[in-house]
Design a protein around this ligand. Structure first.
Ligand code: TYM
Length: 329
């Protein structure tokens, strides 16, 4: 049977990238497979969170998961630190992860470049902990955005190495997954790079309609095409890329045609994009507000989720211990 798992770090509100990269795919799969969705609070500690805010961030992300459509009666929803078995699996997998391959990971190199004063061991072993998250439940499908592709590749390297080393067929080949198409990268509104929490270029699931309109109207474009079929500048290409996620094929075709014939008005394009984003975000935002206030519901969801996740985790860790030769007297 397919086993689906994904997670998000609780470092602030979720944005459209998290939604289209991970959440929405998960929501679509939850009725057809055994599904685990967790909040990666251990992972968020690599950047030294403020302890005063961590719990609130976990709660926010949990409410946003549920508001986006994750059904905790079907899927197992849990907080990573409620299932500390993952730390043991990470330690055991770490024995077969080479420092060289971890140092070459793009995300590690990026963090070192951006933050040379905090190159902690947790950052280096981040992919090992992520592999442990995935292999803890022997997940076969991992709904993620394009930025996580390399981490999934490493997960498969570790799984294969473990299987080969011990002559077993225990861990699966965990594949990154996007419902029905290639992995997605939702760009930001600032004309560069991907949408991110810290880049200040995002649309959040909790944003008001007005905030969404303002952000989209301020998105970076250019002075307009001067020749038919001219190439798109990065800012305009990004607007079309977000449209691919939220707008109908007819709408996209209409504006592409307008661009190709130099008749496009970016104001109209942005207005349409804002309204199409609002159609996705507004119903989620309304549910976030209601769910966040329901403390006892949130408590029940994480308690039940942790219990189910621990059962599966205990089985995997017991088997890995046995395979590696750790036995009781
Ligand atoms: P994180 O917290 O950075 O992002 C959570 C999910 O959102 C996706 N994502 C995007 N997808 C498309 N376009 C974007 N602009 C965009 N920004 C973020 C990410 O691909 C991710 O799927 N290492 C992970 C968390 C994690 C995890 C795991 C994920 C820990 N253990 C096990 C899956 C399985 C991370 O930092 O994601």
């Amino acid at each position: 049977m397919d086993i689906v798992l994904s997670g998000i770090r609780p470092t602030g509100q979720l944005h459209l990238g998290n939604y289209f990269g991970a959440l929405r795919n998960f929501v679509r799969m939850q009725y057809d497979a055994k599904c685990y969705f967790f909040i990666a609070d251990y992972h968020s500690l690599t950047t030294h969170n403020d302890p005063a805010h961590l719990h609130e961030n976990v709660k926010t992300v949990l409410a946003e998961y549920l508001a986006a459509g994750i059904n905790p009666d079907i899927a197992t929803v849990y907080v990573q630190s409620d299932v500390p078995q993952v730390a043991e699996l990470s330690l055991l997998l770490g024995m077969h992860a080479y420092v060289g391959e971890l140092e070459r990971t793009a995300s590690f190199k990026d963090k070192v470049r951006k933050n040379p004063n905090n190159v902690n061991a947790g950052l280096l072993t981040y992919p090992v902990l992520m592999a442990a998250d995935i292999l803890l439940h022997r997940a076969t499908h991992v709904p993620v955005g394009k930025d996580q592709e390399q981490h999934l590749e490493l997960t498969r390297v570790f799984a294969r190495r473990f299987n080969n080393m011990y002559g077993v067929d225990f861990f699966p080949e965990s594949m990154p997954y996007n419902f029905g198409s290639e992995l997605v990268k939702i760009p930001g509104l600032d004309g560069t790079g991907k949408m991110g929490k810290s880049e200040n270029n995002g649309i959040f699931l909790a944003d008001s309609d007005e905030a969404i309109r303002k952000k989209v109207m301020r998105a970076v474009t250019d002075s307009g095409p001067t020749e038919p079929n001219s190439p798109l500048s990065e800012g305009v290409a990004n607007i079309f890329a977000i449209m691919e996620a939220v707008s109908s094929p007819d709408t996209i075709a209409f504006f592409r045609e307008k661009y190709a014939t130099c008749e496009i008005r970016y104001g109209d394009l942005k207005k349409q994009l804002a309204e199409d984003i609002i159609k996705v975000v507004a119903p989620i935002r309304e549910r976030i507000e209601a769910i966040k206030c329901d403390e006892s519901y949130l408590r029940r969801v994480v308690r039940d989720g942790a219990e189910k996740a621990r059962e599966s985790a205990d089985r995997t860790v017991a088997e890995v211990r046995r395979i590696m030769g750790i036995r009781p007297f």
